[in-house]
Design a protein around this ligand. Structure first.
Ligand code: UD1
Ligand code: UDP
Length: 385
């Protein structure tokens, strides 16, 4: 019997981290022919992930240019996908999450009447402007997709509220699959600063911040609060691998340069990032991925956003919303750095996002959907919030 051709499409760092283990799982299945298309909406940050997972894309649209508008990215991805789909003619296109690549990839497949599977489906804030433009991207992909791979029960419930109940699978998040391959005991970082930090006796705070809705005043508030934290807590060492977006680079260097205990670094590769997270004291971030990874490693997270589409770890007590106001961020961080009991309340491992078997479930679900397997996969057994 002819193998089913399944094409993974992704373009940014987080999509790559979460799709790479799936692409590798698909390529191990005898029923499937796995092909991989990257839009390269990100370049260096994408290539670093591809290298680490040993993944070689079959197609590369190479769309990245500095400071592109959202329309330009989407248009270039949509146009580029046309030729790729024409040539490859896959039986299924898999997209991930909520980026411009995700939306354009799903729309291009729909125009070619190719079924779409949405990995990390059903996340919602119900605020069209936050995260921007991701909330609308994922809703639009939800409308297009035929298969929806939901990490959690809450995500599945969100889709049910939109009357999406067919082709829905509860799988866990593939990021936990990725996390299980990267952390090692005696990890050596490429940078001396990270190797030399005293993770036991100092309070190492891992920071990331890049979201578009935080551009401008919210980012200024966040950076100012971070500097106050560094000034107020002599044991604190802030490590901030700065996203390559020029907007973020400018803000981070303007407000955080020239402090002996604030370490601005280049983006870390994913192995370094996960190993740093495993060793740090506290995470402060507006990233989606870090909100999922840190709880699995027992690290408290302060989310530098007004809302989150990942309420599970908030319910589990390991993540708190700190918002984007300077004083609130400073006070919440101060409390965790000065009150051990308060810190200990948050610092316990919780894994609402996955058990490391999401990729296997997604591959099984695809094979079952196309009638090449008798039973659907078992569901990821998370506890509803
Ligand atoms: C994108 C996604 C966002 C995701 C984030 C992950 C959209 C609309 N946004 O936002 O959902 O959370 O990726 O990081 O899809 N750059 C480089 N090299 C790189 C990567 C980026 O130089 O390897 C610079 C370029 O100047 C680029 C800019 O960063 O123009 C912004 O990249 P872009 O993909 O447009 O948006 P992100 O903010 O990264
Ligand atoms: N990450 C990384 N290096 C970094 C910053 C983040 O490898 O310097 C990883 C992180 O562990 C997570 C993912 O990238 O898996 C999150 O990506 P990002 O914050 O760019 O996007 P988001 O998750 O917010 O969409």
């Amino acid at each position: 019997m002819k193998r089913l051709k399944v094409m993974t499409v992704f373009g940014t760092r987080p999509e790559a981290i979460k799709m790479a283990p799936l692409a590798l799982e698909l390529s191990r299945r005898p029923e499937l022919e796995a092909v991989c298309c990257v839009t390269a909406q990100h370049r260096e940050m994408l290539d670093s992930v591809l290298d680490i997972f040993g993944l070689k894309p079959d197609y590369d649209l190479n769309v990245m240019e500095p400071r592109q508008t959202l329309s330009t990215i989407a248009a270039k991805c949509l146009n580029g996908m046309d030729g790729v789909l024409e040539q490859a003619r896959p039986d299924l296109v898999l997209v991930h999450g909520d980026t411009s690549t995700t939306f354009a990839g799903a729309l291009a497949a729909f125009y070619h009447k190719i079924p779409v599977g949405h990995v990390e489906a059903g996340l919602r804030t119900y605020d069209k402007w936050s995260p921007y433009p991701e909330e609308i991207n994922r809703k639009l992909v939800g409308a297009i997709a035929d298969l929806h791979f939901c990490p959690t029960v809450a995500n599945r419930d969100n889709l049910a509220r939109e009357n999406i109940t067919k082709g829905v699978f509860l799988t866990g998040n593939t990021v936990i699959d990725a996390l299980q391959t990267t952390i090692v005991k005696d990890f050596a970082f490429r940078s001396d600063i990270l190797n030399d930090l005293d993770y036991v006796n100092r309070q190492v705070i891992l920071i990331t911040c890049h979201r578009r809705e935080n551009y401008g005043q919210p980012m200024v508030n966040i950076m100012t609060a971070l500097r106050r934290v560094a000034d107020a807590f002599p044991e604190a060492e802030l490590v901030y691998p700065v996203h390559l977006s020029p907007v973020v680079q400018e803000a981070a260097h303007k407000y955080l340069d020239n402090h002996p205990r604030i370490h601005l670094t280049s983006p870390l590769d994913v192995r370094e990032m996960h190993n740093l997270m495993a060793r740090c004291h506290l995470v402060m971030t507006d990233s989606g991925g870090l909100q999922e990874e840190a709880p699995a490693l027992g690290k408290p997270v302060l989310v530098l956003r007004k809302e989150t589409e990942r309420p599970e770890a908030v319910a589990a007590g390991t993540v708190r919303l700190a918002g984007v106001e300077e004083e609130v961020i400073f006070q919440m961080a101060s409390r965790l750095l000065s009150d051990r009991a308060e810190y200990d309340k948050m610092a316990h491992a919780a894994n609402p996002y996955g058990d490391g078997h999401a990729c296997r479930r997604i591959a099984d679900a695809i094979i079952w959907h196309f009638g090449r397997r008798e039973t659907p996969p078992e569901e990821f057994g998370n506890i509803p919030i």
